[in-house]
Structure formats: C-alpha cells, structure tokens
Design a protein around this ligand. Structure first.
Ligand code: C2E
Ligand code: MG
Ligand code: MG
Ligand code: MG
Length: 284
C-alpha cells in the first residue's frame, strides 16, 4: 500500500492525495452519521426595519474523530457524490425543526437542501420532520440553489410548488453566482433571494453596488424579499442599506451559534424593545 502511494506520488501527488482524502471522508461519513458526529449550528438573519431576528439558518458541522472539524465546503460535495446527503439532509430537517420549536413563535428556521434531495424523498423527509417536531410548516424555510431548477425535468419545479402549497417558504441561495440566474426567477416565485456573499465583500466597488441595487429592484418588482449574506463590517452594512436591502446575515451580527446560544440570542432579542442589535444597526 505504501509502495503504491509512492508510485502515484511520482505522477500527481496532489490529485492522488485529494482523491484518497475524499474516498476516506466518504467512508468515515457513514460511521460519523451513526455515531452522531454531525451537529447543526444556527446563524441569525436580521430584519433591518425592526432590528429583530426573523430566522436562523441551520448550518451543518462535522466533528471528525481524528481530523477535527471538517468544513461543509469539503464534506457536502462528498455527501452529494455518495448520496449520503439524503439521510444526512433528512436528519438535518428533523433536528432543525425540533430545535425551532424552542424559539419564539415568529422565528423561522432555514435549512439548506441539495438538488439530490429533491430527486430522493424530500417531501417525505419534510413531512416527517414537521410531524415529529410539531413545527408549523410556515416556520420552515428551505434554501435551494438554482441547480434544483437546472435539470431538464420539471420534477424540481413541481416539488417546489408542492412544498410551497404545504405552507413552507422557499429561498434562492447564493444568487448571482450561477449560470443564468435571472431565468430561474421567472420559473418559480421564491419568497426570498439571498444575494451571494461575493457581492457583499465587493460592495465598496460601484459596479458590485449597482448589481446589488438592481437585484433589490428585481426582487421588489417580483414580490421576492432580498437577504444579503456575509456582512462582516459596519461599512458593508451601511452600503447594503443604501442599496435598499432590508434583511441581513453575517459575522457582523453573529457567527453561526450552537443551539443553546441561538436560543438565548432569539429570546434576548425578542424581549428588548429595539432588539439587541438596535445600537449596532443605528450606528452603521
Ligand atoms: P450557504 O448556505 O450559502 O451558507 C452561508 C455560509 O456563509 C456559511 O458557511 C456561513 O457560515 C458563512 N457565512 C455567514 N456569514 C458570513 C460572513 O460574514 N463572512 C464569511 N466569510 N462567511 C459567512 P458554512 O457553514 O461553511 O457552509 C458553507 C455551505 O455549505 C453553505 O453555504 C451550504 O451551501 C452548505 N451547507 C451547510 N450546511 C448544509 C446542510 O445542512 N445541507 C446542505 N445541503 N448544504 C449545507
Ligand atoms: Mg444557505
Ligand atoms: Mg448562501
Ligand atoms: Mg453556498
């Protein structure tokens, strides 16, 4: 085995190492799911018109027994390739819905969903998560990327319509990074469009700001709300506000939080007249 690896190294050490890491991750993932090494953390989304938390986005974390924390950017693609995203995603839905029942009634939970889940039992998983938790469907939001609508079949679209008819909210994630994003806005009436973080980190650039303003305008005309993700600085907040964006998410307000901290964040924020971010938001 060691000799084999040595032989590969001569040709392309990097590619071989990456392939090995991926197939090893795939193997470890099965054990990890069984052992309960996956967790959800929750990042608040804030409405600038009320300075209150409107929802939390559930984000998956994997604490690997020997590698330590593995970032979702590394393990989600592996989970998709191996189809393990189907049971893992169903678990995330159950877990997020259960957690959301401990928050104030007006606070929703958003769960990211991969395209493969749409083709493999997503509706059943949603129905089960809602039934087990007792969470009203209107408090569950799914975040999808345009890949869900990219397949030629109408299956993804039909599924989105049925989920919406059940009372769920649907958000289009990472908007502006794909191939032909505007055409997808005509195919489905999303409740929210989440502007990709790359536009926010470039917002000091007048061209990026112009694009954000245009997206906000399109959202208004189409009746879709806009969320700006990845706000890190007061300057970015001030600029995003100037472009008419009213819902925000980012490290400036909070990192993704473990469940108990998210719960405290929601309770505290709901109890104070101006919301705990009032001062921070007014300053910017
Ligand atoms: P996403 O859905 O676009 O989630 C937003 C990502 O941006 C999260 O990364 C979040 O931690 C990060 N973020 C939030 N605010 C800031 C900020 O101010 N600055 C910076 N630099 N980053 C910020 P994370 O948790 O690493 O997740 C990455 C991606 O992995 C997610 O992007 C999503 O596409 C995917 N993912 C995470 N959890 C799940 C899941 O349960 N299911 C599926 N299918 N995908 C997931
Ligand atoms: Mg998301
Ligand atoms: Mg995103
Ligand atoms: Mg993403």
């Amino acid at each position: 085995k060691a000799a084999g690896r040595g032989t590969y190294r001569v040709f392309d050490a990097g590619a071989q190492a990456r392939a090995t890491t991926r197939s090893q991750l795939a193997l470890d993932m099965k054990d990890g799911i069984r052992r309960g090494d996956f967790r959800l953390v929750y990042q608040p989304v804030i409405d600038l018109t009320t300075n209150r938390v409107t929802s939390f986005e559930a984000l998956m974390r994997w604490q690997h027994p020997s590698r330590g924390p593995v970032p979702p950017g590394d393990f989600i693609p592996v989970a998709e390739e191996t189809s393990l995203i189907v049971p893992l995603g169903a678990w995330a839905l159950r877990e997020a819905c259960r957690e959301a029942t401990t928050w104030p009634d007006h606070v929703r939970v958003a769960v990211n969903v991969s395209a493969l889940q749409f083709r493999t039992g997503l509706e059943e998983a949603v129905i089960q998560a809602l039934a087990l938790s007792g969470l009203p469907p209107c408090r569950l939001k799914l975040e999808v990327t345009e890949s869900v609508l990219m397949t030629k079949s109408e299956h993804g679209l039909a599924t989105l319509h049925r989920l919406r008819a059940m009372g769920l909210r649907i958000a289009l994630d990472d908007f502006g990074t794909g191939y032909s994003s505007l055409s997808y806005l005509r195919r489905f009436p999303f409740d929210k469009i989440k502007i990709d973080r790359s536009f926010i980190s470039d917002i000091h650039d007048p061209d990026a700001a112009a694009i954000v303003r245009a997206i906000v305008g399109i959202g208004e005309r189409l009746g879709m709300g806009i969320t700006a993700e990845g706000i890190e600085t007061p300057d970015q907040l001030a600029r995003i506000r100037q472009e008419g964006c009213t819902e925000v998410q980012g490290f400036l307000f909070s990192r993704p939080l473990p469940p108990d901290e998210a719960r405290r964040f929601a309770e505290r924020d709901g109890g104070v007249p101006d919301g705990i971010h009032g001062r921070l938001l007014r300053r910017a």
